[in-house]
Design a protein. Structure first.
Length: 627
């Protein structure tokens, strides 16, 4: 009967099951599944269905006897081995109260099944006991089930690695019972009761095992969730550590940059300190040099004792008597520095200029400045005869023919100045101005050069007046006087150097600009406003001859054009574009003077050398006003 069991199993096994026939611990034959697995049923319903199927068989008694005999044969063919044998697997039902039972189930399922099915809603029995829901490989005969809830079964070969679950055993038992039922006709009722009791016991044990397995799965799921959380926490910590490392590296880089900046700042500060020390040394040296120069200048001025006065000192009483106590009838005009009176001192006609009270400096400094002005001796400079330092009165020689401005515009119906005389006057002005610029130790800048400050004597020899007057007043007053002249008289504004107006820096080139405008007036007899522009346009258009003074009929146009171009160069807006007075301007003016002297009108010179009539004197008197 033992030899017929494999054949019966092969015939009775479903098409979706794979059957392994094992003999003496080795696989003798294999029948593979030929149909797909049918839909699964719940373990409880399936076992009830199988139990009812067994009870409905007509030959149930004979099946039970055959099953009993088969069980005995199986027990004889496969006797229980020693518990120490490495192939023996004990039943998990005898180890309810031992913690190792959970490990046995984990060992059999951890490598081949995923516990995530618990969260998906499927019963845990699907993964734990697949043989109940369509297991396709019934391989072993049903082993003996002991009364102590323990059963032994053999592991046949290395191909069946792992433990065979209780579901597989039950499924094989049920299938084998079905095949025996077809062959056996009857079975005793006692065997039926025992089988039913055994089934109930197995169901109870299965339920308990499933509960324990569900608990173990839940614990495993919880452990897996905790492991996942720990993994995420570890990743976050690693990310934080990486961010901290990057932040530390960035901080170190910033610290290095700041350190480099600090080092550069310290080096720059050290360089600035050394530069400041050098500047301080230079400043101290300059101050020492200035003090030394001041001491030398003081010694030079102190050497001029009152016994060695180079100008005549007039008392205020003498001046008051000569001017009839500064009578209005003696007043011939009022300039920027004060009124001008005409009188006679020591039987010599003189012009007395009284400085305003707010322009008067200390008596000692006024005395020193007058000493400097009195030392100026030049044919083209108005001579300073004397002064009254106590009251700020200056006494100049009187100029009979008035100012160049009066003669150019023929005020008082004076005769026309010929072009020869105009060229000579221009050369004389340039000569006197060069003398001022070459004075030592410092050059004298006139700062107010204009036709009104060019006076003509009885022989029409031109002389520059108000020389160095800015040195006689405080710098603030001198600036206010200049500002007053620029705003009160429109013509004076046109003589001021544009760079001097913008920066306040005064130099000898400032007088060159004023000279250029004045030279244009000498040949055109026109107001200074926009004169340079008009002359330039006339030269460009070829109508320069129309710009010349029409009262002079015999102008040498070519020489006058050269004269005008030289004047335009002097009147350039930028100082660096203006020519040098001694090297460029004066040589050309002297050439034109020679030309003028060769063509001088003797008749005009004879008439101009006669003594001035009272009318002429009165007409020439306003020349003192423009100062």
């Amino acid at each position: 009967m033992t030899a017929d069991v494999p054949s019966c199993v092969l015939k009775g096994a479903p098409d979706f099951c794979t059957v392994y026939v094992i003999s003496k611990g080795k696989i003798s034959s294999v029948r593979s599944a030929t149909a797909p697995v049918p839909a699964k049923k719940s373990p409880h319903n399936q076992m009830q269905h199988e139990a009812s199927h067994i009870s409905e068989q007509p030959n149930a008694n004979s099946m039970r006897e055959q099953q009993h005999r088969s069980s005995g044969e199986i027990r004889t063919a496969y006797p229980p081995r020693n518990s120490t044998h490495h192939d023996e697997i004990k039943s998990p039902f005898t180890r309810h109260n031992r913690t190792s039972m959970n490990k046995s189930y984990e060992l059999s399922t951890s490598d081949t099944h995923d516990i995530s099915f618990v969260s998906s809603g499927r019963p845990s029995i699907d993964q734990m006991f697949p043989s109940i829901y369509g297991y396709q490989e019934p391989a072993l005969p049903t082993p003996r089930i002991s009364t102590s809830s323990e059963f032994d079964y053999r592991n046949f070969g290395s191909s069946l690695s792992g433990n065979i679950s209780i579901d597989h055993v039950l499924s094989s038992q049920f299938e084998h019972s079905s095949s025996l039922e077809s062959r056996n006709s009857s079975c005793s009722s006692q065997i039926k009761d025992e089988v039913e009791a055994e089934m109930r016991r197995l169901k109870l044990e299965l339920k308990q095992t499933m509960d324990m397995y569900s608990t173990a799965c839940k614990e495993a799921l919880t452990a897996k969730q905790k492991a996942r959380e720990l993994h995420l926490w570890k990743l976050e910590e690693e990310q934080r550590l990486e961010e901290a490392r990057l932040a530390e590296e960035a901080a170190l880089a910033v610290a290095e940059k700041e350190k480099a900046k600090c080092k550069a700042a310290l080096e720059a500060a050290e360089a600035a300190r050394r530069l400041a020390q050098l500047e301080a040394q230079k400043r101290v040296s300059a101050e020492m040099k200035a003090l030394k120069d001041a001491e030398e200048r003081k010694k030079a001025t102190s050497a001029l004792t009152p016994k060695d006065i180079r100008y005549r000192k007039y008392s205020i009483e003498v001046i008051e008597e000569a001017t009839d106590n500064f009578s209005a009838s003696r007043k011939i005009g009022e300039g920027g520095y004060g009124p001008v009176y005409m009188c006679e001192l020591d039987h010599t006609p003189v012009a007395v200029k009284v400085l305003r009270p707010d322009a008067a400096q200390g008596e000692a400094q006024f005395h020193q400045e007058v000493e400097v002005l009195s030392c100026i001796r030049h044919p083209n400079m108005v001579l300073l005869l004397g002064a009254c330092p106590e009251y700020g009165c200056l006494v100049y020689e009187y100029m009979a023919n008035g100012s160049l401005e009066d003669r150019l515009f023929r005020r008082g119906n004076t005769p026309v100045l010929p072009w020869q005389l105009r060229f000579r006057i221009a050369a004389e002005i340039g000569t006197g101005l060069l003398f001022l610029h070459q004075t030592k130790p410092e050059p004298l800048v006139h700062r107010d050069l204009k036709p009104g400050n060019i006076l003509l004597d009885r022989n029409y020899v031109s002389k520059i007046s108000d020389v160095g007057l800015a040195r006689l007043v405080p710098s603030s007053v001198a600036d206010s006087v200049t500002q007053y002249r620029m705003t009160s008289t429109a013509g004076t504004f046109c003589y001021i150097d544009p760079e001097y107006q913008q920066t306040g820096m005064l130099g000898i080139k400032s007088d060159i600009y004023s000279l250029g405008v004045m030279l244009l007036q000498i040949i055109t007899a026109k107001p200074p406003m926009g004169l340079t522009h008009h002359v330039e346009r006339s030269i460009e258009r070829g109508t320069f001859e129309e710009m010349l003074d029409p009262s002079v009929p015999d102008w040498p146009v070519e020489e006058a054009l050269k004269f005008a171009k030289l004047a335009l160069q002097c009147a350039e807006m930028r100082r660096k574009d203006r020519p040098d007075l001694g090297k460029v301007v004066l040589p050309e003016l002297n050439r034109l003077r020679v030309l003028a002297e060769d063509n001088m009108n003797a008749g005009f010179m004879m008439s101009s050398s006669e003594p001035n009539s009272p009318t002429h004197t009165q007409a020439s008197s306003p020349q003192e006003v423009s100062c």
